[in-house]
Design a protein around this ligand. Structure first.
Ligand code: SAH
Ligand code: SF4
Length: 366
């Protein structure tokens, strides 16, 4: 395999923003520098937020000049920034030509949560999700993932990160793990492993892998208590059915105090009856889990409606009676389409799914 440093001498400049702490140290070692220079670079970029090599005063003039020749620090351009009435902020970021993604910051009394995207669109096609309906273009690079934190930190205090923006993070495994390493590293963002949450639709083999390499918190997009309904709502369930998914969840954390957050979107008349709630209690027996009920957020062409507040309350009380800690997520930033499942970005769909969805929608309206 080519070393990182040789690659940079022969190819385009390396974007240093995309190197996690271990790779950054290796990069400097390959330049003939001590490994701690890599740690210093991580601090400059992510902690001090200095991206101009000339201002990196603990590097010699010659190292700064050399870096300018072979490396760069590239940050996506902010195309638009919208502030919601409730203080939620949404950025539209320009990646390469034609590809834009969205990132959302949600301020709360005791925390500031950043919702980060991991792909341009999503290749999965959950039937209630705006991102899914938009189709898929490509994975984000490490730099493109971590830049979202970099940009948000310019304005806000980020205490929590959730990988709940556009995309299925576990289908972009290596890049997501490197970005997680930067989020947790004390020389970069220094976030607690309890305050960084990866949300997945349930890519079972990748979940097993993740448990081995990262200690971040885990959320699973469950949304249905049986395979028949889940196949319809979260089609990846056909590949990784509930039995397999629950097995991996049962053993996921070594620390018996840690729980997985089960996300459950509330769809009127679809998955919100008392029978569904009872089934859910049975399904989660013996699984270290808490439940997060998410009122469905509408978007253009959506084919569902949100459950009534009464149905949500009834559902919640059945779960509570079954011994499950359950909270109802309050929609945030819905006036700027920044709530869960509303992120769509702006990109060319390579799956033709968007076209098909539009066609189905026009037929339904006719
Ligand atoms: N692909 C990952 C992470 C991104 S989706 C996953 O599916 O887990 C983040 C969360 O928002 C998921 O729980 C997802 O199911 C939920 N979501 C998607 N569309 C939604 C909508 N229209 N309303 C409410 N929540 C939605
Ligand atoms: Fe993809 Fe998650 Fe949306 Fe499903 S819910 S389409 S996995 S982003």
């Amino acid at each position: 395999m080519n070393s990182i440093a040789t690659k940079t001498l022969t190819a385009a400049k390396t974007n240093l923003l995309g190197l996690d702490p271990a790779n950054m140290r290796e990069y400097f070692v390959e330049l003939g520098e001590p490994a701690y220079r890599g740690t210093q670079m991580v601090k400059w970029l992510h902690q001090q937020r200095i991206i101009d090599f000339q201002q990196m005063t603990n590097f010699s003039q010659s190292l700064r000049a050399r870096l300018a020749d072979i490396a760069t620090v590239w940050i996506p351009k902010v195309i638009s920034r919208q502030l919601s009435q409730d203080g939620t902020c949404k950025w539209l970021l320009q990646l390469n030509a034609g590809n834009c993604i969205e990132t959302v910051y949600i301020p709360e009394k005791d925390r500031g949560t950043l919702c980060v995207s991991s792909q341009v669109g999503c290749a999965l096609n959950c039937s209630f999700c705006a991102t899914g309906a938009q189709g898929f273009n490509r994975d984000l690079s490490v730099a493109e993932i971590i830049a979202q934190v970099w940009i948000a930190k310019q304005e806000f205090k980020v205490t929590n990160v959730v990988l709940m923006g556009m995309g299925e993070p576990l289908l972009n495994f290596a890049n997501v793990v490197d970005a997680l390493n930067l989020m947790l590293d004390d020389n970069a963002y220094g976030l607690s492993k309890y305050r960084v949450t990866l949300s997945t639709s349930g890519i079972v083999p990748a979940m097993k892998q993740l448990a081995k390499v990262s200690e971040v918190a885990l959320a699973v997009s469950l949304h249905a208590p049986n395979d028949e309904l889940r196949n319809e709502l979260v089609p990846i369930n056909k590949k990784y059915p509930l039995k397999e998914l629950m097995n991996v969840c049962r053993d996921y954390f070594v620390d018996s105090k840690r729980k997985i957050t089960m996300e459950y979107v509330m769809l009127a008349g679809v998955n919100d009856t008392q029978q569904h709630a009872q089934q859910l209690v049975r399904l989660l027996q013996g699984v270290p889990a808490k439940v997060n009920l998410i009122p469905f957020n509408p978007y253009q062409f959506a084919r569902y409606q949100c459950s009534t507040p009464e149905a949500i309350a009834a559902f919640q009380s059945i779960l509570a009676a079954g011994g499950l800690t359950t909270i109802v997520r309050r929609p945030r930033g819905d006036d700027i389409a920044a709530a869960c499942g509303q992120l769509a970005g702006d990109f060319q769909d390579r799956t033709k799914r968007r076209q098909r969805n539009m066609a189905t929608w026009s037929e339904e309206q006719a």
